[in-house]
Design a protein around this ligand. Structure first.
Ligand code: ATR
Length: 284
């Protein structure tokens, strides 16, 4: 497609700020690759203007949008309908505008996490307890995905225990809250350890955790992607555990939105990885 027609399909990402978002490059790669008459735009929207813009977009022909920080909760509240995932995660990241102008909110972050996990470690142990560190929005999406995948027990540890307790209260019995100080003691029979905190991210403090008790059969995942190999993943690898890096979660969470707006299920492959994360996977 060398230029858009008057019937081009429109989508975008609403955030504040949005300039750091990789989503335009990601969705743009697929649009070009599948030769689709469509556009995906960065939409910088101040929180004070969010409702006005959200309501205007379907009237301007938009098929839908992604919403990112700080709009994920507001989008859930404003949408005419929300699916079970968005309601349980208590946030939306993907909005579909229907022909009649009504909006449907969903959340694909947990799906993105699970597909990325599956992609990198296809035989991770889903029948053993999982340990999740952190209790922010990403943790909530990941916990919902793990519950739906049938993980029997999720041990949730967060510096601020009350945030973990709030998640457990909403998501039910598979979630067990433990003290942040117990993060090493809970590892011995775990099949999966996931870091959803910001510890270990560039310019942040490190995540302090000794993996001595972790079984080599366990898989260790970090959702951080700068750096791509966090200290957690480096030490897990050194012990013989399999590891899951963060960038793929972003790539996979984008699949359902693209399919809903542009009508084709896209593929996550090396060409996409290189286009979206050239600093990690090399320029295309
Ligand atoms: P998101 O919603 O994107 O997942 P967030 O709400 O900012 O992000 O959450 C970041 C996570 O990192 C939280 O679990 C936070 O713990 P608190 O709930 O106690 O704030 C965790 N985190 C950040 N800095 C931390 C630190 N120095 N020690 C332990 N946990 C930390």
């Amino acid at each position: 497609m060398t230029g858009l027609s008057g019937a081009a399909k429109l989508a975008g990402v609403m955030g504040w700020p949005v300039s750091h978002s990789r989503s335009p490059r990601l969705q743009g790669h697929w649009l070009a690759r599948y030769d689709i008459d469509g556009a995906y735009l960065p939409l910088p929207v101040n929180p004070g203007d969010f409702e006005t813009v959200f309501r205007a977009l379907p009237k301007m022909g938009f098929s839908g949008v992604n919403v990112t920080i700080p709009h994920k909760e507001a989008a859930l509240l404003l949408a005419d309908e929300a699916d079970d995932l968005a309601r349980r995660i208590a946030a939306a990241n993907t909005i579909i505008f229907r022909e009649d102008g009504s909006s449907l909110a969903t959340n694909t972050d947990g799906f993105g996490f699970l597909m990325n996990l599956q992609d990198q470690v296809s035989d991770w142990k889903a029948d053993a307890p999982a340990v999740v560190l952190g209790a922010g929005g990403a943790a909530r999406a990941i916990i919902v995905a793990l519950i739906d995948r049938g993980v029997p027990e999720i041990r949730l540890l967060n510096r601020t225990k009350a945030r973990a307790e709030a998640i457990a209260g909403e998501l039910g019995s598979p979630v067990h809250v433990l003290d942040w100080t117990e993060r090493e003691a809970v590892l011995s029979d775990a099949g999966l350890l996931v870091n959803t905190t910001s510890l270990g991210m560039k310019d942040n403090p490190p995540l302090e955790i000794r993996l001595d008790d972790l079984s080599p059969q366990a898989t260790v995942a970090d959702i951080i992607y700068a750096p791509v190999e966090t200290d957690l993943l480096i030490s897990a690898k050194a012990r013989g555990s399999r590891v899951v890096t963060g960038p793929g979660m972003l790539l996979h969470q984008a699949v359902p939105g693209f399919e809903a707006w542009f009508g084709r299920r896209p593929v996550v492959d090396d060409a996409l990885r290189q286009a979206v994360f050239p600093e990690i996977y090399g320029a295309p």
